[in-house]
Design a protein around this ligand. Structure first.
Ligand code: CS2
Ligand code: MG
Length: 402
């Protein structure tokens, strides 16, 4: 069996997506997501100029060997561009192999460990009372787990607050817009949000919060302590992970569960955090961390330390990643939760898929492969539309982590 063709499809049905389609001499094709929000064209070039010429003619069933070829063979290992390109090839090849076997991907991975996958949605508002209402709307939709973010008085465009209360889409300007940040003000606001949420809705639902890399380890520990009475499911990216010892410090001071890893590309970035038992959930996902082949290695390492998965699932990860992630989540023994920001109707139409939302869970379909395809004619109607993620500055102009 041979790979006879591979092409990159870029489309923007409301936001940009980069998709790789691999064709074979047996008439079976596979689809992989390569979207890197705000840096899409770098991955397009990496695939078109450097990856596709190498894989033409290879046997698509040799997924492991092709993964190693692209990872070791690049010499320049890791990084978001390389690893997204490898992920796109890997997911497309698993799609092909599962179609060839006539199995849904979860069966090829070892079979289902659960019937349905618990997801969390994103509630946000410009102030605490708007966020409380948005959480109520998610509860009404049947969600069992909800991430809550609020605007912070005195902070312009705080992270996670969107134009609509049920969605937020940060990459919406051609060049980066400038948001603000003030840690003191955030530390005064975020615990009050969760106090209000528990007073209003009780303790039945799982609540999550994303610190989006903004706090120092000491500030993060302080936030974790203040949130303890509200029993969060997790506190995410509370401090930057470049320094894993920062998480050890946070861990020593709070029992609030910690999640990290949506920007990780390899097991090497996750290893120290997992082995030191500084985290509870690993957020790496198929598109970010080298596809199914590499993500399952991360999950297996995490399982040794009772760390559970919590795959990134913002709207900049296409339905192809969501489909593949749901097969992974249905199989992986140490599953925790799956992030689920709903895609727009336009996006859903471009990427026909067989997963569905029911009662706070996503249920993955059972068509052979990962169950997601691309309608290329429809995709062609939505040309690339350059958009950047914002940046953040403190009040005095200092650049901060967005
Ligand atoms: C966020 C992401 O979903 C999350 O937890 O941190 O929305 C992140 O900001 C985007 O994926 C960036 O592209
Ligand atoms: Mg996040």
């Amino acid at each position: 069996m041979k790979i006879t063709g591979a092409r990159v499809i870029v489309c923007s049905p409301g936001r940009n997506f980069t998709t790789l389609k691999i064709e074979t001499d047996q008439g079976i094709h596979g689809i992989g997501d390569a979207t890197l929000n705000g840096r899409e064209l770098a991955v397009v070039s990496y695939l078109q100029d450097h990856v596709i010429p190498c894989i033409l003619g290879m046997d698509p069933r040799r997924i492991e060997d092709i993964w190693q070829y692209l990872y070791r063979g690049a010499y320049w290992r890791g990084g978001p561009v390389t690893m997204r390109a490898i992920a796109a090839v890997d997911v497309a090849l698993w799609d092909i192999k599962a179609k060839l076997a006539g199995m849904p991907l979860y069966d090829l991975l070892g079979g289902k460990s659960r019937e349905r996958v618990m997801v969390y949605g994103h509630a946000n508002g410009s102030d605490i009372s708007e966020t409380v209402d948005a959480v109520g709307a998610y509860i009404d939709m049947g969600y069992r787990a909800i991430r809550a973010q609020t605007g912070i008085p005195g902070v312009e465009d705080a992270y996670g607050v969107g134009r609509g209360k049920l969605q937020y889409e940060p990459a919406d300007t051609r060049l980066p817009s400038v948001g603000g940040w003030d840690t003191r003000k955030a530390l005064n606001t975020v615990p009050r949000l969760f106090e209000k949420l528990r007073d209003t809705y009780g303790f039945e639902h799982h609540l999550l919060h994303d610190g989006h890399h903004r706090y120092t380890p000491q500030e993060a520990a302080n936030l974790g302590q203040m949130l303890e009475p509200y029993q969060l499911f997790w506190l995410e990216d509370v401090t930057p992970a470049e320094n894993p010892q920062g998480f050890e410090l946070v861990r020593q001071h709070t029992t609030t569960p910690l999640a990290v890893g949506e920007i990780f590309n390899t097991i090497w970035q996750a290893r120290g955090l997992i082995e030191s038992q500084s985290i509870d959930f690993i957020r790496a996902t198929v598109v970010g961390a080298g596809g199914i082949t590499h993500l399952r290695r991360i999950a297996d390492l995490a399982a040794l330390y009772q760390v559970r998965t919590g795959c990134h699932g913002a709207t900049d990860l296409s339905p192809v990643t969501m489909g593949a992630a749901l097969h992974f989540d249905s199989w992986v023994p140490n599953f925790g939760i799956q992030e689920y920001m709903r895609h727009s109707q336009e996006t859903d139409a471009v990427f026909p898929h067989d997963y569905r939302f029911e009662d706070g869970y996503l249920i993955c379909g059972n068509t052979p492969g990962h169950g997601v395809d691309i309608d290329e004619d429809l995709a062609a109607k939505y040309p690339y539309d350059q958009k950047c993620l914002p940046v953040a500055r403190l009040d005095d102009g200092t650049m901060w982590n967005w």
